[in-house]
Design a binder for this molecule. Structure first.
Ligand code: BMP
Length: 276
């Protein structure tokens, strides 16, 4: 059977990337393919939301560069919450520069992303050197990389031949790149006759997921967990504002209820896909 119809646990057993294996295992353990994207600007709110949604998620996605009162103690708390609630961390950094620059951005600066983020991502636009640059920092630490093969936004340029090239780049670096930010499964995309893609299993993490809205005023487009997971074969749903609304003060019960609602929907969509 193809990865599309296998369980997360079956796929974990075969995955060569440590970060991918860890993610698939936590998904199975917690029966959650939900990643919450915590896009708020104050550290207390950031940590409060994470502590609240923690039990319901496999992964927390961050944009640490939007936190106004950031210092490295935020990361210490984040790591404590990751251990307390059993989730992985994904800094959505979207690297996009030459290898030397991204290696510096990934390892250093104020945020020191590689030291705490199990997963990060990059735009394929510079070509394969962005992967080797990031791998020089991330591989020795057991990290994993996702390429942005598609985007959820209206008018995205990441389509067609660009998406196919992104998959080819990943295929040539399977030791570090374990999947994509995309809107559909990518196994075999852009493959030629000489590529062995029979066992290919790229993880697909998908933003632009919402149950109550089809988009926002700035080009975001939402699909439901069923559309994303059952119909398009994606593996992880990424949900931000659908869970915590506009941000501000955190209504713990409301945020918990939304997180459980998306977890349930995402898991049901997966069970339907694998025929259980
Ligand atoms: P929301 O669910 O509130 O729309 O947030 C979506 C999150 O996913 C944001 O953090 C955004 O940066 C990210 N994202 C996206 O929406 N579309 C993409 O194609 C890639 C992303 O990383």
């Amino acid at each position: 059977s193809s990865p599309r119809t296998q369980t997360y646990a079956q796929r974990a057993a075969k995955n060569p990337n440590a970060a991918a294996r860890a993610l698939l295992e936590v998904i199975e353990r917690k029966k959650s393919n939900l990643c919450v994207s915590v896009d708020v600007t104050k550290r207390d709110e950031f940590l409060n939301i994470i502590d609240t949604v923690g039990p319901y998620v496999c992964l927390i996605k961050t944009h640490v560069d939007i936190i106004e009162d950031f210092d490295l103690s935020v990361i210490e708390y984040l790591k404590e919450l990751s251990a307390k609630h059993d989730f992985l961390i994904f800094e959505d950094r979207k690297f996009a520069d030459i290898g030397n620059t991204v290696a510096l951005q990934y390892s250093g600066g104020v945020h020191k992303i590689a030291s705490w983020s199990h997963i990060t991502n990059a735009h394929p636009v510079p070509g394969p050197s962005i992967i080797t640059g990031l791998a020089s920092v991330g591989k020795p630490l057991g990290r994993g990389l996702l390429l942005l093969a598609e985007m959820s936004t209206k008018g995205s340029l990441a389509t067609g031949a660009y998406t196919e090239e992104a998959v080819r780049m990943a295929r040539a670096h399977r030791d570090f790149v374990f999947g994509f930010i995309a809107q559909r499964r990518m196994d075999g995309v852009g493959a030629t006759d000489t590529d062995d893609v029979a066992d290919e299993d790229f993880l697909i993490l998908t933003p632009g997921v919402g149950l109550d809205s089809r988009g926002d005023a700035m080009g975001q487009q939402y699909r439901t967990p069923k559309e994303v997971v059952t119909e398009s074969g994606c593996d992880v749903i990424i949900v931000g504002r659908g869970i915590y609304g506009k941000g501000g003060s955190v209504d713990v019960q409301a945020v918990q209820a939304q997180a459980e609602r998306y977890r349930k929907e995402g898991w049901a969509a997966y069970l339907e896909r694998i025929g259980q």
